[in-house]
Ligand binder design. Structure first.
Ligand code: NAD
Ligand code: TYD
Length: 340
């Protein structure tokens, strides 16, 4: 079986490739990635020379290139992780989100049709459901919750989901979709909450918490997400959507305080800053369907996962210091100067 992993030099796709290349030596994995600011070949270093692994640089929006690649490689399965993934960037610059997350997916769907790929899996997000109120902890997102997006990022991801389902209904393309809650773990780009707070706390820099830090996210350790996708691709029902989450709801302030405690740093580093426009209040997933139908269970709780993550950041400073010492400095200065 030959599997194309698009966006595999990013956070989740990278963890997917690292895990599956070693777990399934009999399967061939090809990572395709445009190496945007979020893609990093250092993530894939430990599998670069494995006989069942190959990296190709390329853009999912480049139709001629994609068709040529599909013609040559004859993929059985395509798993699409490639995306612009940061909500704050989507507020600054929505265009690239529509271009990559919608048009890019359409190119992949067309290529899967043309070259008879036996499964297209779209990696989506809980953010397509919008948000839940903070005072109704009984409410969770199920696969039946209507799509109701808030940011250009989530709107682009919801559009891709709808296109994917349209290709199933209209052309019988064998597709599946997974919608996962917030991930954290190794190789997470330090623009996102958890790695940003770890890297800044280690440097004794102020920690910018949006609003009052009361917004809630449902956190899942990245390899639990990868294992769920592997199950869906191999055993999931074509045409179906699966929610993924581990019931690990935390306020942002709780997350930041946990990190400070683990690193033995003072809470005085916390700095409340101007809120994100349109900021979703709460995400919370109901993963009953994937648990009952596919037997998926997460391996990590938030407590075990965050400890493992912090340990990784402490032991792999090279990986993230290369990032924060580069053009990231300009990004941070630009994005946070408006948030005094
Ligand atoms: P990421 O930003 O770390 O990685 C995205 C990767 O896609 C990068 O390597 C980038 O170079 C690549 N890419 C971007 N545009 C491309 C293009 N046009 N052609 C080819 N490659 C391109 O993102 P991530 O956090 O790993 O997220 C992966 C997927 O999972 C995304 O689709 C995201 O929407 C979804 N998701 C993320 C989370 C989360 O918490 N991070 C949760 C649920 C779902
Ligand atoms: P983020 O990691 O950007 O993921 P998402 O917006 O996709 O959930 O942010 C997680 C939460 O943390 C979100 O409520 C916004 C908040 N946040 C901060 O308070 N400060 C920050 O510097 C960042 C990046 C995020």
């Amino acid at each position: 079986m030959k599997i194309l992993v698009t966006g595999g030099a990013g956070f989740i796709g990278g963890n997917y490739a690292l895990t599956m290349v070693k777990r399934y030596p009999e399967e061939e994995y090809v990572v395709l990635d445009a190496l945007t600011y979020a893609g990093n070949l250092e993530t894939l270093e430990s599998i670069m020379n494995e006989p069942n692994f190959k990296f190709i640089k390329g853009d999912i929006r480049d139709r001629a290139f994609i068709y040529d690649l599909f013609e040559k490689e004859k993929f059985d399965v395509v798993i699409n992780f490639a995306a612009e993934s940061h909500v704050d960037r989507s507020i600054e610059e929505p265009d690239i989100f529509v271009s990559t997350n919608v048009m890019g997916v359409q190119v992949l769907l067309d290529a899967c049709r043309k070259y008879n790929v036996s499964r297209f899996h779209q990696v989506s997000t809980d953010e397509v459901y919008g948000d839940l109120p903070l005072d109704r902890p009984d409410l969770l997102f199920t696969e039946e919750t209507p799509l109701h997006t808030s940011s250009p990022y989530s709107a682009s991801k919801a559009s891709a989901d709808l296109l994917t389902l349209a290709y199933y209904r209209t052309f019988q393309l064998p597709v599946t979709i997974s919608r996962c809650s917030n991930n954290y773990g190794p190789y997470h780009f330090p623009e996102k909450l958890i790695p940003l707070m770890i890297s800044r706390a280690l440097a004794n820099e102020s920690l910018p918490v949006y609003g009052e830090g009361a917004n809630v996210r449902d956190w899942l350790y990245v390899t639990d997400h990868c294992n769920a996708i592997d199950l869906i691709v191999k055993k999931g029902k074509v045409g179906e959507v699966y929610n993924i989450g581990g019931h690990n709801e935390k306020t942002n302030l709780e997350v930041v305080k946990t990190i400070l405690k683990e690193l033995d740093k003072p809470e005085s580093l916390i700095h409340f800053v101007k809120d994100r426009p349109g900021h979703d209040l709460r995400y919370a997933m109901d993963p009953t369907k994937i648990q009952n139908e596919l037997g998926w269970e997460p391996e990590y709780t938030f407590d075990t996962g965050i400890k493992k993550t912090i340990e990784w950041y402490l032991n792999n400073k090279d990986w993230w210091e290369h990032i924060i010492n580069g053009e990231y400095k300009d990004y941070y200065a630009k994005m946070y100067k408006e948030r005094p």
